[in-house]
Design a protein around this ligand. Structure first.
Ligand code: UD1
Length: 420
């Protein structure tokens, strides 16, 4: 079994280049099912989750080929299946994002309920509410959801989301691109990945306005074509390296990013004592000698991202005082707490809140990557813990970080992947 051995390391120093965003690549790859001509996507991160969604769209009839390691050519002219492969769907929640494009293109979709990280029940009711509003009939049992558009196709409508769900906003937006008339998503998610998806769809012929605000207007068009698009940089990978610099008292230049996407993380790192210099596509993050405590509350964008919560908490475990973390987006996103406690962290959980009392040092321990971002948090904790940390269940990490250990090694971190 593969494990990572992370040894107490010097302060991280140097430059790191951030890859394309997983959470942008996945919906855009699903959206490629909507186009009828060649689509070329660049800066697609070569991650396990990306491989899964590529297999899913291939199984539905898309032709997929790699131009190079991060550039993918897709042609969905012959999209001809609506029954998604159950085994692949169970592996990753984002595979559910093919449902919107399938309903738009061929009016039918039969899919397993999605899997993914075990960070809460993660229902899909908002997605389904949107498809129903566009005219779909939906039938569901314990494991399968079947949706069918009327023979005349989907019709535009107004959909109010009870919560600004990223996935539901994307799925409904994709379905509405080919509907008759205009659709409006109210209380839409505003994440940069929504804007990237809308920009891509507009490039291939869609008519979407308002992405990045709470009110997205989609005027249905006859057909979508092909085109080229580059995936935006991964703000969560960037946040992980920013926190890596902060926790080790380092000096790291984070390159190939959009600094405005990182405002909540930058603001909170400044509160704990970091100095941050912003360039056009860079952030230089210098960590303090000892971190101040602070509090964070995860929120939909532009609030503090839930996907950086566990990494931030790992950092707070060695701050000089008491910090609080409130998780409002997912119901079960404190699984890293038990692992951090094994390393000597002092953390109490009361409902949605974690209270972290900073200790002077963590101790290396055997820990598990309980989900993707928990794994990243434990890697960062391992860099500052005394002795060695042995991290298992690396498949979670490989779902979302491209060459994580190589990038950390290049900054001076002592981290090795071994097989035993
Ligand atoms: C996406 C991201 C994930 C991130 C999350 C929140 C991708 C591939 N994944 O996940 O990394 O952590 O946004 O920023 O982009 N909910 C419902 N019903 C629904 C849909 C969602 O109750 O139909 C709930 C979820 O259980 C969760 C909350 O809404 O508690 C937010 O989920 P959502 O924004 O949909 O996250 P994802 O799109 O799954």
């Amino acid at each position: 079994m593969e494990r990572m051995i992370i040894t107490h390391s010097p302060a991280l120093q140097g430059e790191v280049s951030i890859s394309g965003a997983k959470n942008s690549a996945l919906p855009i790859l699903a959206a490629s099912l909507l186009g009828t001509e060649d689509i070329i996507l660049s800066d697609v991160p070569p991650l396990e989750d990306v491989r899964i969604i590529l297999q899913v769209i291939q199984s539905l009839g898309a032709q997929v080929s790699y131009e190079d390691e991060t550039t993918v050519r897709i042609n969905s002219k012959d999209l001809n299946h609506y029954n998604t492969p159950g085994e692949l769907m169970g592996k990753m929640r984002a595979s559910f994002l093919v449902m919107g494009p399938l309903l738009a293109r061929i009016g039918k979709s039969i899919t397993k309920l999605p899997g993914g990280c075990t960070i809460g029940s993660r229902p899909v009711d908002y997605h389904l509410k949107g498809f129903k509003a566009l005219g779909c009939a939906i039938t569901q049992d314990d494991s399968t959801i079947a949706a069918a558009a009327p023979v005349t196709g989907l019709s535009g409508n107004v959909v109010y989301l009870d919560f600004p769900s990223v996935g539901a906003t994307q799925n409904i937006m994709m379905a509405a691109t080919l509907a008759k008339g205009t659709s409006i998503i109210e209380n839409a998610a505003r994440e940069p990945e929504i804007v990237d998806l809308a920009n891509f769809l507009n490039k291939i012929g869609a008519d979407i306005k308002g992405a990045g605000t709470s009110n997205i207007k989609i005027r249905g068009v006859e057909r979508l074509k092909g085109g080229n698009h580059s995936i935006i940089p991964d703000r969560i990978e960037a946040a992980t390296f920013m926190i890596g610099s902060a926790i080790t008292g380092g000096n790291v230049l984070i390159k190939n990013i959009i600094p405005s996407h990182l405002i909540p993380v930058t603001a909170k790192l400044q509160e704990v004592g970091c100095t941050i210099e912003e360039g056009e596509e860079t952030l230089l993050v210098k960590g303090p000698r000892r971190l101040n405590p602070t509090s964070i509350k995860t929120m939909p964008y532009p609030g503090f991202p839930t996907d950086a919560q566990s990494q931030f908490m790992a950092m707070m475990t060695i701050s000089k005082g008491e910090s609080r973390v409130v998780e409002t987006v997912f119901e079960n996103r404190f699984m890293h707490v038990a692992e951090l406690v094994r390393m000597g962290a002092v953390i109490d959980i009361i409902g949605k809140e974690a209270i972290i009392r900073g200790v002077s040092a963590l101790q290396g321990a055997e820990v598990r990557a309980t989900d993707l971002r928990a794994g990243a948090a434990l890697v960062l904790a391992g860099l500052v813990a005394q002795g060695k940390t042995v991290l298992s269940e690396l498949y979670h990490l490989d779902r979302g970080y491209y060459r994580l250990e190589e990038k950390i090694q290049a900054l001076g971190g002592d981290i090795q992947r071994i097989n035993f």
